[in-house]
Design a protein around this ligand. Structure first.
Ligand code: ADP
Ligand code: MG
Ligand code: MG
Length: 502
C-alpha cells in the first residue's frame, strides 16, 4: 500500500472528522520522515536495536507473569521514535509548574475550600468519602507534622483547535503516586541512540536531558533532613503487585547515594507491625519512619479494612506523608473542576495575577454535575454533544473515564439523582495525531496513529509557612494509539516516549 493511502485509511479509522485527514498527512511526515517510517527493513533493525538499548539503559519492567520477581525482566513499553512537541508549549508547561505546586499546597491548607468543594462528592462516592473521613479525623486531632512534601505530576494534552492553533490543556494533576519519574530519567538516551542508528543524527539535540528521579530524591532528602533523625528511614508504601518496581528503585537509589535509608512496605506490613509511640512517631520493625512515600493507596482496590486503618495510623503520625491526606484530596477531579469557577484562583493568589493567568491558560472546560440547575445544564450539554466531552469519576490509574455514547447511557441512567455528583464533565482535548511504532512486550510492531500526553513533575517542601523548595523536576511523555480513549502506561495502553522539541 502506498504511504499516503495508508495514512488516509488509518486516519479515517481514527476520526471521521474531515479536517483530520488533510492535516494529518502534513503532520505525520513531520513526525518521522517517510523514508524512515516506511522502510520495513530499517524498522525491523531499529526494533531489535531499540529493545536492546532499552534494556541496556534500564528502561525495564517486571513481567505480567512474574510481577513480584526480578528473575525475568523485560523492556518497559515505549515508542520507537520520539514524538514532536512544540517547544513553546513545552516551556509553557514547565513555567507554570511552580505555580501549580503552590496551588496544590494552598488548597491542601484550606479546609473550608476542601469541605465545600467535596461536599457533594462525598455524599455519593464512597472512596472519596473514606479519604475525607481520615482528613476530618486528622483535622480534629490536630496535625502533628509541619513538614509538607509534594511530589506531583501535572498532565497535559495539546489541543488542536479548529482555527489551526495548538494550545496546552491540563488533563489532571496527580498528587499521589505520580509514576515514571524513574524510567523517564533513562529514556532520552534510548531515543538518541535510535535516532543515530536511523540516520537522524542532528535530531538527537532536540531530545532534552531529563532526571525526575533526582528531583524527587532531592525533595525527599530535604524533607528527611528537616525531620532530623539520622537513623530514621524513608518508607515507600508499595503495591502488592510490583511490576513497575524499577521506576521506584531509581528514586530509592538516589536516596541511598545520599546515605538515606529506604525500606519498602505494603499496607499489610504497616497494619501488622507498625506502631505510634507517645509522641506519635511512626515505627515499623523497630525503625523510625521519617517519610511515608505513597506509591499505592490511590484507588479503592488498594484498600481493605486493615489498609484503611493503616492509612489512618500513618496520617496521624509524626512522619512526613507524601502526600498527606489533604494534598491527596487536593488532587481529586472534583477539586480540579471547582478551580475553574470564576474567582477561585484569585482567592488562592490574591497578590499574584500572573500566576492566575498562567494557570488559567491551561484549563479546559470543566463542569459540575451537582444536583441543581447548573448540573442540569451540564447534563443537557453532554447529551446533546457527547463526543465533545469526557465524563470522569473520582478515580486514578487510568481506564475509568467514560466517552461518547456511554456518556449518554450513564447520564440518562443517573438522570437528576444525586448519583451523578460522583462525576465531573470535561471538554475533550483533541490532539493532533502523529504516526509512530509502539514497542510492547509480546506485541507485533505496527504503525499506529498516536496521541501523546505530556506530564511535568513538580516537587516542593514546606515547613510551617516557609516554602523551602519549589521546583520543576522534569517531564514525561506518554503516547498511546488513538483507538484508545483512556488509559496510562500501567493500564497497558500508553507507552513511554520523549518529546522531540520542534
Ligand atoms: P487518571 O487519573 O485515571 O489518569 P485522567 O484524567 O488522566 O485520569 O484520564 C485518563 C486518560 O484519559 C488520560 O491519560 C487521557 O488519555 C484521557 N483523558 C482524560 N481527560 C481527557 C480529556 N479531557 N480529553 C481527552 N482525553 C482525556
Ligand atoms: Mg490521575
Ligand atoms: Mg492521568
Amino acid at each position: 500500500m502506498k504511504f499516503l493511502d495508508m495514512l488516509n485509511n488509518s486516519a479515517t479509522k481514527v476520526q471521521d472528522d474531515n479536517r483530520v485527514n488533510s492535516r494529518l498527512l502534513q503532520m505525520a511526515s513531520k513526525a518521522v520522515p517517510e523514508d524512515v517510517l516506511m522502510n520495513g527493513a530499517l524498522i525491523k533493525d531499529l526494533e531489535a536495536v531499540a529493545k536492546d538499548i532499552a534494556l541496556l539503559h534500564g528502561v525495564i519492567m517486571r513481567t505480567k507473569d512474574a510481577p513480584n520477581s526480578s528473575e525475568v525482566v523485560s523492556y518497559a513499553p515505549f515508542t520507537l521514535f520520539p514524538s514532536p512537541v512544540p517547544r513553546v508549549l513545552f516551556h509553557q508547561a514547565v513555567a507554570v509548574q511552580m505555580h501549580f505546586n503552590r496551588l496544590v499546597d494552598k488548597i491542601s491548607q484550606d479546609s473550608a475550600f476542601l469541605h465545600e468543594a467535596l461536599a457533594s462528592t462525598i455524599k455519593v462516592d464512597d472512596f472519596t468519602a473514606r479519604l475525607f473521613s481520615i482528613y476530618r479525623h486528622v483535622l480534629q486531632e490536630g496535625r502533628s507534622q509541619s513538614i509538607v512534601l509534594g511530589l506531583n505530576r501535572s498532565d497535559y494534552m495539546l489541543d488542536w483547535g479548529a482555527d489551526g492553533n495548538t494550545t496546552l490543556k491540563q488533563i489532571e494533576i496527580n498528587t499521589i503516586a505520580a509514576s515514571f519519574g524513574g524510567l523517564s530519567s533513562r529514556t532520552p538516551d534510548v531515543h538518541r541512540h535510535i535516532l543515530k542508528v536511523a540516520g537522524r543524527l542532528e535530531e538527537q539535540k532536540l531530545i532534552l536531558d531529563n532526571n525526575p528521579a533526582a528531583g524527587f530524591a532531592k525533595a525527599l532528602a530535604t524533607a528527611w533532613r528537616l525531620y532530623g533523625s539520622a537513623r530514621a528511614v524513608v518508607m515507600f508504601l508499595v503495591e502488592d503487585v510490583q511490576m513497575n518496581i524499577y521506576d521506584h528503585r531509581y528514586v530509592e537509589n538516589e536516596l541511598w547515594n545520599r546515605n538515606i535509608p529506604v525500606i519498602r512496605r505494603r499496607f499489610e506490613d504497616v497494619y501488622k507491625t507498625a506502631l505510634l509511640d507517645q509522641d506519635k512517631r511512626l515505627f515499623i520493625d523497630g525503625r523510625e519512619v521519617a517519610i511515608v512515600y505513597f506509591r499505592n493507596g490511590y484507588m479503592p482496590q488498594n484498600y481493605n479494612e486493615q489498609s484503611w486503618e493503616a492509612r489512618l495510623m500513618m496520617e496521624r503520625s509524626l512522619a512526613v506523608k507524601c502526600p498527606d491526606i489533604s494534598t491527596h484530596l487536593a488532587g481529586t477531579k472534583k477539586v480540579q473542576q471547582e478551580l475553574v469557577r470564576p474567582g477561585v484562583l484569585e482567592k488562592f493568589f490574591p497578590d499574584d495575577p500572573e500566576a492566575v493567568t498562567q494557570i488559567r491558560a491551561t484549563f479546559a472546560g470543566l463542569y459540575t454535575l451537582d444536583v441543581g440547575e447548573e448540573g442540569d445544564n451540564t447534563v443537557a450539554m453532554a447529551l446533546a454533544n457527547p463526543d465533545r466531552f469526557v465524563l470522569k469519576p473520582q478515580r486514578e490509574g487510568g481506564g475509568n473515564n467514560i466517552y461518547g455514547a456511554d456518556i449518554c447511557q450513564v447520564l440518562t441512567g443517573v438522570k437528576g439523582s444525586s448519583e451523578r455528583m460522583a462525576y465531573i464533565l470535561m471538554d475533550k482535548v483533541q490532539p493532533q495525531p502523529v504516526y509512530n511504532y509502539l514497542l510492547r512486550r509480546g506485541c507485533p510492531l505496527k504503525l499506529s496513529t498516536c496521541l501523546s500526553e505530556l506530564g511535568i513533575f513538580g516537587v516542593y517542601v514546606r515547613q510551617g509557612t516557609d516554602m523551602l523548595l519549589n521546583e520543576c523536576a522534569g517531564h514525561l511523555l506518554r503516547t498511546k494509539s488513538a483507538e484508545h480513549s483512556d488509559g496510562g502506561v500501567a493500564a497497558g495502553v500508553a507507552v513511554l516516549d520523549n518529546p522531540l522539541l520542534v
